[in-house]
Write a protein that binds this ligand. Structure first.
Ligand code: ADP
Ligand code: MG
Length: 336
């Protein structure tokens, strides 16, 4: 990108973003660094996500507003999973292909991307406080998002605290993002299907309020992470960090309506392996009293934490008759 293009692009971003906010952003876009105020006694939580065209979204199938939203939602979901850290500032680095800056539809795409990003950033109080802008060497667009949040040390929820006997819980519903993606890809290929789906694939809702409410319940949650890669893979991370095993009850998984309508077998596969649902997966002591909903989001118990034993697979899924099958992260062995 030419220097002039870059300067006007940044000027435009700067005009649209607040310079400071009450939560701790003292200086936003415009100087060599952003300045954040650290509240005494709080910890800073930082998360980074890389967002690559063709890998994390497709310009043919994802609306630009959806791409911008998803790119920020990933980091907000990480802050949620840490115990509902409060966002302070977001940083966005963009690699823009030269061709995108000279084509009107592509400029419109970039504007839509920034609109989607800003709408979510405003809603969660995560103002754009800086970033970097450069010319991509190839035809693909990519973005990197850094989110900074703050949290009190006593509220932090790690992946490593799950204990044998704990219940395994999930917020919201599973499989919706993957089901919506299938429908979007089918439409991009065949031209058939609903033209505008605005479900959990296009506009995932980060569970910040739930994460914060969960962290406020004293002694309830023992471990927490968000479901970004897929339940089976993220359960694997939980087991790895906590040194435990987990058994999931297939019949108890809350299925998103977009997945449920694909039939029980496909819905189960998407709920277990689909990914990108950005729900919170957490464990809680067996005696913990959990409400049916937290911050208006349903909570469902889906399994139990077990002791790790050499003869037993780390992840198992029980069918309705109670028979156990090995659950391979990312792959599904059909229930016989
Ligand atoms: P430097 O050369 O010091 O890195 P830049 O010219 O890259 O400065 O950036 C100038 C200002 O614009 C900085 O405050 C930077 O954070 C901000 N900025 C640049 N690109 C972006 C972007 N994509 N999103 C948000 N802020 C940006
Ligand atoms: Mg720079």
């Amino acid at each position: 990108m030419g220097a002039v293009g870059e300067l006007s692009f940044i000027k435009n971003l700067r005009e649209r973003s607040p310079v400071r906010n009450r939560r701790g952003l003292q200086l936003g876009i415009g100087d060599d660094c952003a300045l954040l105020r650290v509240r005494p006694g709080w910890q800073i939580a930082v998360t980074t996500d890389l967002f690559l065209e063709g890998r994390h979204f497709r310009r043919e199938s994802h609306r630009p507003e959806s791409a911008g939203h998803r790119c920020l939602a990933r980091g907000l979901s990480d802050l949620a999973a840490m115990g509902g850290a409060t966002p302070i500032a977001a940083f966005l680095s963009l690699a823009l292909p030269r061709t995108m800056l000279h084509s009107v539809p592509d400029q419109r795409w970039i504007a839509g991307f920034l609109q989607g990003f800003e709408a979510l950033s405003r809603r969660f109080g995560a103002p754009l406080a800086g970033g970097d802008t450069g010319e991509a060497p190839g035809p693909e667009f990519s973005a990197d998002v850094v989110l900074v949040g703050q949290i009190r040390p006593g509220r932090v929820l790690l992946r490593s605290g799950a204990k044998p006997g704990d219940g395994v819980w999930i917020t919201g519903a599973l499989g919706g993002a993957a089901a919506e993606l299938e429908a979007m890809l089918a439409r991009a290929e065949t031209g058939r299907g609903p033209s505008r789906i605005s479900g959990p694939q296009s506009f995932p809702e980060p569970r910040l309020a739930v994460g914060a409410a969960l962290a406020r319940l004293p002694g309830v949650a023992t471990a927490c992470l968000d479901v970004s890669d897929g339940l089976s893979t993220d359960l694997g991370h939980l087991c790895e960090e906590s040194g435990v095993a987990v058994r999931i009850e297939a019949a108890s998984l809350p299925l998103h309506p977009l997945a449920a309508r694909l039939g029980p077998e496909r819905a189960l596969a998407l709920a277990l392996h689909g990914g990108e649902d950005y729900e919170l997966l957490f464990t809680a002591g067996a005696e913990a009293r959990l409400p049916k909903r937290l911050a208006s989001v349903p909570l469902t118990r889906i399994g139990t934490v077990l002791k790790r034993e050499r003869r037993r697979p780390i992840l198992t899924v029980a069918d309705a008759t109670g028979r156990n099958q090995t659950l391979t992260p990312g792959g599904w062995e059909h229930l016989r």
